[in-house]
Design a protein around this ligand. Structure first.
Ligand SMILES: [Zn+2]
Length: 287
């Protein structure tokens, strides 16, 4: 059964660990992440970007697949199905489709408009028992053409958005999406500490979890980060394992061209990555 992410993240905040959000792209991704979370007894959040939702032929397909798989795999750990970086319309569509959690990314709006739209979506989400994440201060990355430096959120704006009733808050603290460049300056813990102090006990979200050194992850968790998003790292692991399989000529041996065989090494690589992250974040055994 899908649950919203509020309770699992409050527990994480109180227990000083973080729950991983792992983005899904297809059946293999979903299966790998759910099975691993179950194996290590960890709560888990399945992230779906609007692009991935479209790729999987729509949010209704995603909900049907995840709900059915949760049952067929005998999953007993808490699982939230979460829209990642949702637009205003995307959030409404996911509420209709049966997602248990949404993120409204209004960070590109002026703060006044971000406040207005976030307020409206908080009411809609909570009326359905769905949790909602908001964002302050855009998180950089290749997709916005910002390379090398992530943006840093204004703690005052974080306080304003946190007070609207959102369940957890994403704030830029120098983190970026995608692979971190070699000249990356690291996370800004001074700002994270200020945000944590000004927003009270709201669980904070760290986007762009791929490639942040383990000591920085641990320090961020100690400063109120309760949810960490991982996307790129699973993609890199999947692709590297698939490349190795093909370059070794395995697809030409026996029935190695069977997609169930071809996709197996990549799926196993996602499992290994998810397991490693769950252990680093400290959520293993917490479900
Ligand atoms: Zn993000």
């Amino acid at each position: 059964m899908l649950v919203n992410a509020t309770e699992m993240l409050r527990k994480a905040r109180d227990g000083k660990y973080a729950v991983g959000q792992f983005n899904i792209n297809n059946l293999e991704w979903t299966k790998a992440i759910l099975a691993t979370a179950q194996e290590v007894k960890s709560p888990v959040i399945l992230g779906v970007s609007e692009g991935a939702g479209k790729y999987m032929t729509g949010y209704a397909t995603v909900v049907a697949m995840v709900k059915a798989m949760d049952v067929s795999l005998g999953i007993t750990v808490p699982v939230a199905l979460h829209l990642d970086h949702g637009s205003y319309d995307g959030c409404k569509k996911c509420l209709d489709a049966g997602f248990s959690s949404i993120m409204f990314d209004g960070s590109h709006f002026e703060i006044g408009e971000n406040v207005a739209k976030t307020t409206e979506l908080v009411a809609l989400a909570h009326a359905q028992g769905v949790s909602i994440e908001a964002e302050v201060g855009a998180i950089g990355g290749e997709e916005d053409g910002i390379i090398g430096t992530g943006e840093v959120a204004d703690p005052g704006e974080c306080k304003k958005i946190a007070s609207l009733g959102v369940d957890f808050l994403a704030a830029g603290i120098g983190n970026i999406h995608g692979v971190y460049p070699s000249n990356w300056k690291g996370l800004n813990f001074e700002v994270l500490a200020q945000i944590h102090e000004m927003t009270g006990d709201i669980p904070l979200v760290l986007h762009g979890g791929t490639g942040i050194p383990p000591d920085m992850i641990k320090k961020a968790v100690s400063l109120g980060v309760s949810k960490i998003n991982v996307n790129t790292e699973c993609q890199i692991a999947f692709t590297a394992a698939t490349r190795k399989y093909i370059e070794a000529g395995k697809d030409k041996e026996s029935k190695g061209f069977d997609p169930r065989k071809l996709l197996a090494p990549g799926t196993d690589a996602i499992k290994a990555t998810v397991r490693e992250k769950i252990e680093l974040f400290g959520s293993a055994g917490k479900a």
